[in-house]
Design a protein around this ligand. Structure first.
Ligand SMILES: [Fe+2]
Ligand SMILES: [Fe+2]
Length: 276
């Protein structure tokens, strides 16, 4: 049985500031990039995984694929809500969102389903070592942030940890060629890097009064060097053909978040500062 849970969470981001954590402006911008990018990427995942279902012959994997797709669909909707709240304040940001969506639509047209499943499996594999570093350092990265936005990100990252095996499980079943994924990994990363750079430019042009340090330097400057090193090593090894996300170290916060959810806590306001 799959361990993925579908959680419909009524987030509200009305008036949330672009720099949602004034103590971490560089990290705030990075997370805004992640959010805009996630909308395109997760819509792309949903399209590919819907198409892949007819090629899945194992019932257990079909169930996992469906739940995975549903989680990603909910992430995309929540980030869209956040993006819309930012666009309301800075209308020029609509173009940033449109460009992300257009780029993923083009990628979908240009490549095969095998490619899309490899892209998804490859990128999703990166998330566990990356988000472990982020969640382990939540005190420094999130505690000064607007709690509506921090709660969105913490929920999303916890569910990425939860479904860390899903995309590769589907890829291995439907395509099954690990070297194909390995061979294309640089291309997947080049695409997301291009999107991140495009978003930086769009943000710079369309959001006034953002301090220059929000666009410069290391977003993880306040994170211990060892954590960054471990995360970087984890990201590198996540792309290897024999990588299995099931064996990854996961952050303690994942269980903490799930317990709070199970107890009925308001996960739209779970961490950070109340809106001023
Ligand atoms: Fe997601
Ligand atoms: Fe995911």
């Amino acid at each position: 049985m799959s361990s993925l849970e579908i959680r419909k969470i009524p987030f509200d981001f009305e008036g949330a500031p672009f720099i949602w954590n004034p103590e971490q402006p560089r990290f705030s911008v990075l997370m805004n990039q992640v959010g805009f990018l996630a909308i395109g990427f997760e819509r792309y995942i949903c399209k590919a995984f819907r198409e892949a279902e007819s090629r899945i012959t194992d019932k257990r994997i079909l169930t996992e694929a469906g739940l995975f797709r549903e989680q990603e669909g909910l992430h995309a909707s929540a980030h869209t809500k956040h993006a819309k709240a930012l666009i309301k304040q800075h209308p020029g940001l609509q173009r940033a969102l449109d460009r992300v969506l257009e780029s993923y639509d083009q990628l979908y047209e240009k490549h095969s389903l095998d490619y899309h499943l490899a892209y998804t499996g490859g990128l999703e594999a990166i998330f566990t070592p990356f988000f472990k570093m982020v969640l382990d350092n939540r005190a420094v990265l999130f505690s000064g942030g607007d709690r509506r936005v921090t709660s969105l990100l913490l929920w999303h990252f916890c569910e990425e940890i939860e479904h860390r095996s899903s995309a590769l499980m589907v890829y291995d079943h439907v395509v099954g060629n690990s070297w194909y994924r390995f061979k294309n990994a640089r291309g997947f990363q080049a695409h997301t890097r291009w999107l991140a750079e495009m978003l930086t430019e769009e943000f710079r042009q369309n959001v006034p009064n953002v301090p220059s340090e929000a666009y410069e330097g290391d977003p993880f400057a306040s994170v211990p060097r060892w954590d960054k090193y471990r995360s970087a090593m984890g990201i590198l090894s996540s792309q290897l053909p024999w990588h299995d996300p099931a064996h990854q170290a996961i952050p303690n916060y994942y269980q903490e978040w799930v317990d709070q959810w199970a107890e009925g806590d308001d996960v739209t306001q779970i961490y950070g500062q109340h809106a001023s």
